[in-house]
Design a protein around this ligand. Structure first.
Ligand code: PLP
Length: 351
């Protein structure tokens, strides 16, 4: 008799294993991390508590002024039969930048890693088996003290919760159809676009849902100051293969410095010997590209088959997944699942 894992029990509760594999929705797990810190102090305390609701004052800074940031990373069961994280140090570094920009006390790597690894270990039986999904890890940090005047909080909470997840886009193996529009901007240069601040995501809800209601998978945003160049999607970075070169919008204020973006650049350069440029990409170049793909922790690497503007629908390449897109995706997933050696030291095993 083999005892069922929490993942197997959850699978049963939602109907079948496919239900978890095909979803990107939060599911309850055993525990979550909670730590507290006052402005001007260090993040030192914190512990695992049962997964569940939390209470907040209606006057809390996060509810009134959006003083909150988050991170997103994944834990995988790998072919080597161990549990690993992918480049968690990059998430820790980005969290430090985001918190600084949002006037939230900055935590050190050690505290962040302790919270993340403790939460994953305590919920390790919720991690889908090798090849069947991953455990999404969501660190969040926000101001909880009360304010009526616009000002930074004096008290902060940091939490880490997890959820087993499958693919982000529901199309399965079909390339994406994206909507490109200058009607809305996600973020402005010199604003908070390069922080993982919650306000960036509320700004993208209306355009994102409008794109989805028109039948597109998601939205491509253009630069707020120069609307001729592209930026990124609501929760993923963009890459364009054009004239044999792999291009991605250069970081510069309003684009998130994606961990997957950085990994794709390295894989493309060092393993596939491609020329990679971080540069301005004009809309015309995007629409006439040989391949386009988006990338992120949630979406991994997902090919784009069509892009529509209000005027016209453009087929990218032959409308299917591009050859380079597939090679980059394959290498990234193979490294993450420990199916090939990790030449870059990206894998962080939980021992
Ligand atoms: N861009 C935005 C706006 C995002 O929210 C995300 C991820 O959540 C990304 C890009 C991709 O970043 P990463 O690869 O670190 O997940």
């Amino acid at each position: 008799f083999k005892q069922k894992t929490a993942y197997e029990i959850l699978s049963g509760l939602v109907g079948s294993e496919m239900c978890i594999r095909d979803r990107f929705n939060p599911m309850p797990t055993r525990s979550m991390w909670k730590g507290e810190c006052s402005a001007g102090d260090e993040w030192v305390n914190g512990q695992l508590i049962p997964y569940g609701e939390i209470s907040l004052s209606p006057a809390s800074c996060v509810l009134n002024y959006g003083q909150g940031i988050f991170e997103g990373l994944k834990a995988y069961h790998t072919q080597k039969d161990r549990i690993v994280l992918f480049r968690p140090n990059k998430n820790s570094a980005r969290m430090q930048k985001s918190t600084e920009r949002m006037c939230i006390p900055v935590m050190n790597d050690h505290y962040f890693m302790d919270a993340v690894t403790s939460t994953v270990k305590d919920n390790s039986d919720f991690i889908p088996p090798y090849g069947k999904g991953s455990l999404y890890i969501r660190p969040i940090c926000f101001g909880v003290s009360k304010a009526i005047a616009v000002q930074a909080a004096t008290e902060y909470v940091f939490m880490v919760f997890t959820s087993p997840v499958g693919p982000y886009f529901k199309v399965g193996s079909k390339p994406l159809h994206l909507y490109l529009s200058d009607k809305y901007h996600r973020a402005a240069p010199k604003g908070i676009g390069n922080a993982k601040a919650i306000g960036n995501y509320s700004a993208s809800l209306y355009p994102g849902s409008m794109a989805k209601s028109k039948g597109f998978n998601d939205m491509i945003y253009v630069h707020a100051k120069n609307e001729k160049i592209i930026e990124e999607m609501g929760a993923a970075n963009l890459f364009v293969l054009s004239d044999g070169e792999l291009l991605t919008p250069k970081l510069g204020g309003s684009i998130l410095d994606g961990v997957t973006r950085d990994s794709v650049i390295t894989i493309a350069r060092d393993i596939l010997n491609l020329t990679v440029k971080e540069t301005d990409i004009e809309i015309d170049r995007l629409l006439s590209a040989d391949e386009v793909f988006c990338c992120g922790t949630a979406v991994t690497v997902t090919g784009v088959g069509k892009i529509s503007t209000d005027e016209k629908e453009y087929i990218i390449g032959n409308g299917n997944f591009g050859e380079k897109t597939l090679s980059i995706k394959k290498k990234l997933l193979q490294i993450q699942k420990e199916e090939i050696d990790d030449p870059f030291g990206w894998i962080h095993p939980l021992v």
